[in-house]
Design a protein around this ligand. Sequence first.
Ligand SMILES: [Zn+2]
Length: 81
Amino acid sequence: MSRKTKKARRSKTAATKTNREPKLCACGCGAKTSGSDFRMGHDQRLRGLIKRGETLKPESVAFLATRKSDPHYAAPKKVAV
Ligand SMILES: [Zn+2]
């Protein structure tokens, strides 16, 4: 029973890593991430931009469009950059 659980967990992790490709940080700083939406800490940067009503970069707008149902457009905390 425990063996089965272990195996399932491992394959899920592997799939998550291999599916990730570098992309532009969603805060609009122009830096590339290692597959997550933001560089480390840049989710806070984007929240600050929104809070201050600053003009958002296209990548930020695109990111927010995918998080419409999430009031905090919460950063994926489990993802290490
Ligand atoms: Zn950034």
